[in-house]
Design a protein around this ligand. Structure first.
Ligand code: ZN
Length: 404
C-alpha cells in the first residue's frame, strides 16, 4: 500500500481538519463520497452536489497526494476514483429482533468482512452491545488494522430515531426493549472519539440498496424489509426520508383492516398482523389445528416448505405477498417510486413473493405507473440480509462529523 517515498495517510486525520473553509469542506465531502464507494468524477459530483469543476480540482490535488488513485477507463470522465494510500476502516452494525450483524471494510478496499449472531434487541442492550463490541474488534483485526483506525460506526437499530438530535423517539416493539439512552454514546467507552451514526435499520437497508444494490441511480426508491416485522425506507435523490420524528416508512402499521386483530402498536388490522413472521407461522398451526403435524419452526423454515411445494405454506406466503402488494400500492400512490426492493426473509422467497405482490400492486396502484415506458417495478433485494449493514457502513462514512 505504501508507494515509493509516499506517505500513508490516516483516514481519521484526513477527515478531521478543523478548518471551516469551503475548500476544506469540499475536500472532505469528496473523500467521504469515494470512501463510501469508488466513483467517476460525474458520479462524485452528483453524490456531493458539487460542480464538476470543483470535483475535478479536488480529485487532481488528492491524486497528487496519493489519497486517491485513479483506475483506467474510457476518457477522463470514465475513470474511476478510488482511495489510495489511506489507512482507515468503516463499521456497519444492524441490530434486529434476534439477530445482530456487523460488517467492516477498509476504506481503500471493496472487500467487506462480516459476522452474524442469532440474538439482538430482544436479549437486552447490555448483552448485544458487549457481543457487538467484540465482533467489531475481531473483524477490524481481520482487515489488518486496529481500533484506532475506525473512521465511523453506522448503527442500525429497530427504533425510530429523531433526525434532529439522533435520539430514540419510539422503539419498534411495544414491549419496550431496553434501547435506552443516547445511541451515539453506546460505544463511547470502548471506542472513544469514534463517531456513531444511529438510524432506523430499515432506513439503512434502503440506503444500502441505494449505494450498493439495485437502487443505484434510482431517483425515488422504496425498500421494504419483511421479517419478524415489516418496515420500509424511502430514499429520494441521495436523502433518507425520515419525517418529523423519524417515523416515516412505518409501513407495518398501515391499517389494512380496521376490524382486524389488534396489533402490538395498539391499533387494529395493521399490515404486520397479516404478514409478520410469527403471524405466518401461527397460520400454519391454525391450518392444522387438531392434527399432529410437524410445524415449521421459523419464518425461514416456512418459506423453505412453501418453495418445495407444501400447499399450506405456499398459500400463506402468497396471501402475505398479496397483502404486501396492496400496502405497496397505497404507499406508491403517494410517493410514486421508481423501484421497490423487497428484502428481509420474505424477500428471499423470490418469485413466490414478488409474483403475487406485483399482481396485487398493479391492480391497486395508479395505471400511469405501469403504462409509462419505465414502469414502477418490484424486485427482490440482491444484497439480501446484508443490505442493512452495508447501508449503515456506507452512510456513516458520508456524514461530515467534524470534531467539536
Ligand atoms: Zn400496528
Amino acid at each position: 500500500m505504501t508507494s515509493q517515498g509516499g506517505k500513508v495517510h490516516d483516514a481519521r486525520e484526513l477527515l478531521s481538519t478543523r478548518s471551516d473553509s469551503i475548500r476544506e469542506g469540499n475536500k472532505r465531502k469528496v473523500i467521504r463520497a469515494v470512501m463510501a464507494q469508488p466513483a467517476t468524477q460525474v458520479q462524485i459530483a452528483r453524490r456531493t452536489e458539487l460542480s464538476q469543476g470543483t470535483v475535478s480540482g479536488v480529485v487532481q490535488e488528492l491524486e497528487e497526494q496519493r489519497v486517491f488513485r485513479v483506475d483506467g477507463g474510457e476518457g477522463e470522465r470514465g475513470k474511476r476514483i478510488r482511495i489510495g494510500s489511506v489507512r482507515g476502516v468503516a463499521v456497519g452494525v444492524e441490530v434486529g429482533h434476534d439477530r445482530l450483524t456487523v460488517a467492516v471494510r477498509r476504506v481503500d478496499s471493496e472487500d467487506m468482512v462480516h459476522s452474524v449472531v442469532n440474538f439482538g434487541a430482544a436479549q437486552g442492550l447490555d448483552t448485544w452491545l458487549r457481543e457487538c463490541v467484540s465482533m467489531i474488534k475481531d473483524l477490524v483485526a481481520q482487515t489488518g488494522l486496529g481500533d484506532e483506525h475506525i473512521v465511523s460506526i453506522g448503527l442500525g437499530i429497530p427504533a425510530a430515531i429523531d433526525p434532529r438530535n439522533a435520539e430514540i423517539s419510539q422503539v419498534a416493539s411495544s414491549q419496550d426493549w431496553d434501547l435506552k439512552g443516547h445511541p451515539k454514546e453506546w460505544f463511547a467507552h470502548e471506542f472513544p472519539r469514534v463517531p456513531v451514526i444511529p438510524d432506523n435499520e430499515c432506513n439503512f437497508a434502503a440506503y444500502g440498496e441505494h449505494l450498493y444494490g439495485l437502487g443505484r441511480d434510482v431517483e425515488v426508491l422504496l425498500f421494504v424489509k419483511s421479517s419478524a416485522g415489516i418496515g420500509a425506507g424511502l430514499i429520494i435523490g441521495d436523502y433518507i426520508i425520515r419525517g418529523r420524528h423519524g417515523l416515516a416508512g412505518e409501513i407495518g402499521h398501515l391499517t389494512m383492516d380496521p376490524l382486524g386483530v389488534v396489533c402490538r402498536c395498539g391499533s387494529r388490522g395493521c399490515l404486520e398482523t397479516l404478514v409478520g413472521g410469527a403471524r405466518l407461522v401461527e397460520q400454519v398451526r391454525l391450518a392444522y389445528a387438531g392434527y399432529r403435524v410437524d410445524l415449521p419452526s421459523s419464518l425461514e423454515n416456512l418459506i423453505e416448505r412453501a418453495k418445495t411445494g407444501d400447499r399450506v405454506c405456499r398459500r400463506i406466503v402468497e396471501d402475505a405477498a398479496r397483502n404486501i402488494g396492496l400496502a405497496l400500492a397505497r404507499v406508491s400512490n403517494i410517493v410514486n417510486p421508481e423501484l421497490i426492493v423487497v428484502g428481509g426473509e420474505l424477500g428471499r422467497a423470490g418469485d413466490l413473493v414478488i409474483g403475487p405482490a406485483t399482481q396485487t400492486f398493479q391492480q391497486n396502484a395508479l395505471e400511469g405507473m405501469f403504462s409509462h415506458p419505465a414502469p414502477t417495478t418490484i424486485k427482490q433485494s440482491d444484497l439480501g440480509m446484508l443490505a442493512g449493514v452495508q447501508g449503515a457502513l456506507g452512510y456513516a462514512l458520508m456524514v461530515d462529523f467534524k470534531p467539536s
